[in-house]
Structure formats: structure tokens, C-alpha cells
Write a protein that binds this ligand. Structure first.
Ligand code: S3P
Length: 176
């Protein structure tokens, strides 16, 4: 089966939705951030702090290339995967790429008690989220298959993602 790939900004629920979708589809779940951390034996925050973001992007790129060469996976990606167009190209070649989207205020609420994301470690996290999201919005919105989960539950998001995946893999058309 083709991979199901979840892309989207931090706090859009890629891991939660991905794990549940994988269980429903009977596919293996993989999280690119988790693979990077396991291999490095360190956290992403530590990698950013010691080697910087470009080094992290290199590790992320290598994991994407590896996972895109496999099948039967549900892949939750890091929020910055869209920054390198090669990542989307490779992931789309072997998978159905779905972008999860949420408005900045909801992202702030979902991430406010987390401190593992180096790019959100800013005294003014609300402005940081708005700025980053504005910069990246064209990249996320260039992905044709999107689920806006600003006002939905994780369960509803899973259903939306599964519907898209099934429609795309069986050739059926949604909503007709
Ligand atoms: C990042 C998102 C993070 C992680 C890293 C950078 C980003 O993943 O890859 O902190 O650039 O948006 P999540 O989207 O899973 O939080």
C-alpha cells in the first residue's frame, strides 16, 4: 500500500492523527523527528542547540529519502519538511501527502505547555507562531490535499484523513 504522509505546522496533530490512522489502516507508524532522535541518541532541541538548524535539516532530509523508498507506512513529518521541495517530491512519489492545517491561536493553545520545540522557544510565542506560519503558509497551501482542524476533534481528523487516503488510493471521488 502507498504511504500516508502527514505534513503540517507544529501543533497540527500529525503524530496523534497519524498514530490513530496507522492503527485503523494496519500500517506501521513512523515519525521523522522520532527517528532522528533515536539515531542521534539526543533530542531535537539538543541537535538544534549544538549543531544548528541546517544540520538538523540534513538529518531530516536523509530520513525522508529513506522512508520515501519504503511502503506501507504512515509517516508523520516534522513541521519544516516543506522547506525543502525535494522532501515533498520524494514523499509524494510513494505516498499520499495530506497537509494538516490549524489557525495560529489554536496552535498556540495546543503547544503552550510544550517546551521541546526549539523554533517556538521565544518569549513571545504567539508572534513567533504567527510569523513562522505566515512565512510557510504558501508551502503548506501548495499541498492539494488538506484538512483544516482548527475546529475539529482528533477523531474527526482521522476520519477525514482516512477518507482522503481511501479516495486517493482507490480512485473513488469524494462527496459525489
Ligand atoms: C519543526 C517542527 C518539529 C521539529 C523541529 C522543527 C519545524 O516537528 O521537526 O522542532 O521546523 O516546524 P513537529 O512539527 O512534529 O513539532
Amino acid at each position: 500500500m502507498k504511504n500516508l504522509v502527514l505534513v503540517g505546522f507544529m501543533g497540527t496533530g500529525k503524530t496523534d492523527v497519524g498514530q490513530r490512522a496507522a492503527a485503523r489502516l494496519g500500517l506501521r507508524f513512523v515519525d521523522t523527528d522520532h527517528v532522528i532522535e533515536q539515531r542521534a541518541g539526543r533530542t531535537i532541541a539538543d541537535i538544534f542547540a549544538k549543531e544548528g538548524e541546517p544540520h538538523f535539516r540534513g538529518l531530516e532530509r536523509a530520513v525522508v529519502q529513506e522512508l520515501a523508498a519504503q511502503q506501507d507506512l504512515v509517516i508523520a513529518t516534522g513541521g519544516g519538511i516543506v522547506l525543502n521541495p525535494d522532501n515533498l517530491r520524494d514523499l509524494s512519489a510513494t505516498g499520499i501527502v495530506v497537509c494538516l492545517w490549524a489557525e495560529p491561536d489554536v496552535i498556540l493553545k495546543r503547544t503552550q505547555h510544550h517546551n521541546h520545540r526549539p523554533l517556538l522557544e521565544d518569549p513571545d510565542r504567539a508572534t513567533r507562531i504567527t510569523d513562522l506560519l505566515r512565512q510557510r503558509e504558501p508551502l503548506y497551501k501548495s499541498i492539494p490535499l488538506r484538512v483544516d482542524n482548527t475546529h475539529t476533534t482528533v477523531e474527526q481528523d482521522v476520519e477525514s484523513v482516512l477518507r482522503i487516503y481511501r479516495d486517493q488510493t482507490t480512485g473513488a471521488r469524494a462527496g459525489v
